[in-house]
Design a protein around this ligand. Structure first.
Ligand SMILES: Nc1ncnc2c1ncn2[C@@H]1O[C@H](COP(=O)(O)OP(=O)(O)OP(=O)(O)O)[C@@H](O)[C@H]1O
Length: 711
């Protein structure tokens, strides 16, 4: 055993000792240090020595960031009943759902708070949209509210009409003609709709409150399948789950005791990207354990320099959760020295890694730049050259298997990544939707299904259903779910044949086929069950072809169009979704599922968290999309300053936050490489060359004349 291996073993022993002593800890180490590995070792240690040895019925909770990570840990850990690996949402719901009476109180309070928010908005004379309502006197408000309630059906029937037809639909009503002030209120359709929708929402919540108070509603549920709260249906979504969880443990200490008894060992992977409410939740339990002399341990595993999401705690963990023992490790298990040296320069903090083995010294890092206009073609040519060099090098050493020459290419923008992955058209259509640019990354491309926009999620499920039926790889249970037990085999096979044997080129073809079968098939009820199971439609939404069609089109319309959209443009946008080729949608859904099909795999920097690849290509630009103009240019500009000047510039909080975020992103990207890393900067670097060279050593214009560089 080498001295470094002994050091590494000692670190694991110290973690085990903290577990023996119930000392909660934070294992902070750089990329490739073996945090995930240590987490698995820790889980094994606890299972064998604490749970199995004492035949304890207690469980170990292991929380990870994505479903992909859950599966990875489960696979690496092997079958274990004692360890429950899950996302925080799954675990939290499992824990708190039993506290229904307390949840109900929490839910009631939330409803009251949201009603108050709606009322404040309606009373806000400074709000452009609602001020016409705020300006009415009490009597007029009452008349308007009554009018809105009486015309609810009309509103929903007319909602999607253009402003002109919408107004006509309303003004044809005698009630409006009679009243001057009502006619006045409907002058601006956009504002009118905004107020009416708020009134409806408020009313729905008030009705729900009454039902709760009358004891009619007694259960509240977490809905993991949709991405927004539906409080009046007694359902809430992801962020509210974290909010409720925290509120419950703070308000009801008994819940802390129950959690401590059920899960005496609690581990959190990638803590830097965990929501602050989760850390507060865990800290509340930890404090309770200390104050009540209970044996409980939480272990956080992560790296503050890899915090790349806005809602993650990042460096704030130290202030949010004190009384933790720090366990540090500076050895790197993943990469060759050349990669580690660059990564150390980027993170520029107290963690200066070194390779665990001295012989890990054959890596390569090359930085190139090219500022031609056609970035896509330049990047493709660059990758082809990289690939050829790898084949040449590996061929010479007699190693030609795929992984050795496979390149993982990291690009900044989703647009470029989508183009490379052949679903650029899908991304382009979603870009024109109502999803804010900042949210496209999560709501359209997240590998955590719960983060996708609800309609995007339905489209994803529709495409997966198509794929599964087309490929015939899924069982009846996989298609129809629990209801498959009660479905006649003949009907199930009929509906699958009907769906499989028709040509489908676009999403529209697929949707039309489903609609047609819901209308005409002898097994239409069975198809409804498949849609409920796979696309998560409520049973009443698949009761007939018409209802299914209007629900889907309504959803797509809401996804694509603002309320005020011109009717023709609105229809064009809905049609642009339906016209998407099914093959592009399959490429997109494969991306969501992390399925790789090409020799070169393309990812966004964000999407590679926790991964490692032998050969990495990074495509860099000044800007990170439109919203983060000059993100990297500004970063390298700061890097190239003297230490004093850098410190001065970073005293501005906004500059510091942006700088650290960029630094973390570049760190995550570069540290994915095991052996070879090539960076291509697709802009003019003359103003930031010194900053680049300070990190990467030197930068060269690509393509280089004469001999190509060796990998
Ligand atoms: N003790 C060990 N023995 C053998 N291999 C190890 C050990 N620790 C880590 N490794 C290997 O080193 C590599 C990096 O480890 P791991 O992925 O756990 O790092 P990490 O700290 O989680 O990285 P990142 O922060 O970048 O996600 C992996 O291939 C892992 O299997």
């Amino acid at each position: 055993m080498t001295p470094n291996e002994i050091v590494e073993l000692d670190i694991q022993k110290s973690i085990n000792k903290h577990i023996d002593d119930f000392n909660s800890f934070r294992f902070n180490a750089g990329a490739g240090a073996g945090k995930t590995y240590a987490l698995i070792e820790t889980l094994k240690y606890v299972t064998i020595n604490k749970i199995a040895a004492t035949k304890s019925p207690q469980k170990v909770a292991c929380i990870t960031y994505t479903n992909v990570a859950v599966n990875e840990i489960k696979t690496r850990l092997g079958n274990s009943d004692a360890v429950q690996v899950s996302t925080i949402h799954e675990r939290l719901w499992d824990i708190i759902q039993r506290a229904q009476p307390q949840l109900l109180i929490c839910h009631r309070e939330k409803i009251v708070a949201v009603i108050k928010q709606h009322s404040q908005k309606l009373d806000d004379a400074d709000n452009k949209k609602t001020k016409f309502f705020a300006g009415l006197n009490d009597e007029q408000k009452q008349i308007f509210i009554e009018f809105a309630m009486q015309t609810k059906d009309l509103f929903y029937q007319s909602k999607k009409l253009s402003a002109k037809f919408f107004k006509e639909a309303y003004t044809n009503r005698i009630a409006i003609q009679k009243s001057d002030f009502l006619a006045n209120c409907i002058k601006n359709i956009d504002n009118f709709k905004q107020v009416v929708v708020l009134l409806y929402k408020k009313k729905r919540l008030e009705d729900c409150l009454e039902r709760i108070d009358a004891g009619i509603e007694r259960r509240v549920n977490y809905d993991s399948k949709v991405n927004s709260d539906r409080l009046h249906y007694m359902k809430f979504s992801h962020d509210t789950l974290l909010e409720y969880g925290l509120k419950l443990v703070v308000t009801y200490p008994t819940l802390c005791r129950i959690i401590i008894d059920s899960y005496p060992y609690f581990f959190i992977d990638e803590y830097q990207d965990t929501h602050s409410n989760v850390v507060k939740f865990v800290k509340t339990i930890h404090d309770y354990a200390i104050e009540n002399n209970k044996n409980w341990v939480v272990g956080y595993f992560g790296d503050t320099a890899q915090s790349i999401y806005d809602d993650g705690v990042g460096r704030n963990i130290a202030s949010l959760h004190d009384r933790l023992v720090d366990v540090d490790k500076i050895l790197n298990r993943r990469s060759h020295k050349q990669i580690i040296d660059v990564a150390n320069k980027i993170r520029a903090d107290e963690i200066v890694q070194e390779p665990i083995f001295e012989e890990r010294n054959n890596g390569s890092v090359h930085f190139f730049y090219n500022s031609s206009e056609d970035k896509l073609t330049t990047a493709q040519q660059f990758l082809t050259e990289y690939k050829n060099d790898l084949i040449k090098d590996n061929g010479e050493s007699g190693e030609t298997d795929g992984e050795k020459t496979k390149i993982h290419c990291l690009v900044l923008t989703n647009k470029l990544m989508a183009n490379f992955n052949r679903f650029g058209n899908v991304y382009e259509v979603y870009q024109k939707s109502t999803i804010y640019f900042d949210n496209l990354n999560t709501q359209v491309l997240s590998q955590q299904l719960e983060k996708l926009h609800s309609t995007v999620l339905s489209i994803y499920h529709l495409v997966k259903l198509y794929q599964d039926i087309k490929q015939s790889v899924v069982s009846y249970y996989g298609i129809f779910g629990a209801s498959s037990k009660n479905i006649a085999f003949s009907k199930a096979s009929l509906v699958i044949r009907e769906l499989k044997n028709n040509e489908v080129v676009s999403l529209k073809d697929w949707v039309d086929l489903i609609i047609d079968r819901l209308e005409n098939s002898d097994a239409k009820d069975v198809l409804g069950k498949a849609l409920t199971n796979r696309v998560n439609y409520e049973p009443d939404k698949v009761i007939s072809a018409d209802v299914f069609q209007s629900t889907l089109l309504d959803n797509i319309n809401t996804l694509m169009n603002e309320d005020s959209e011109n009717e023709i443009t609105a229809k064009e946008k809905v049609d642009s979704v339906l016209a998407l080729p099914i093959i592009s949608l399959i490429n997109w859904s494969n991306f969501i599922d992390g399925i790789e099909t090409d020799e070169i795999s393309y990812h966004t920097y964000h999407g590679t968290k926790g991964e490692e690849y032998k050969n990495v290509a990074i495509i860099l630009e000044h800007s990170f999309g439109r919203m983060n103009k000059d993100k990297f240019k500004n970063y390298f500009k700061i890097v190239q300053q003297s230490a004093e000047e850098r410190e001065r510039l970073l005293t501005v909080p906004d500059t510091k936050e942006k700088h650290i975020n960029t630094q973390n992103l570049l760190y995550v990207a570069c540290s994915r490489a095991i052996k070879n890393l090539r960076v291509l900067y697709l802009d003019d670097i003359s103003e930031v060359e010194n900053g680049i060279n300070a990190i990467f050593g030197e930068s060269k214009l690509w393509p280089i004349d004469g001999n190509q560089s060796s990998v």
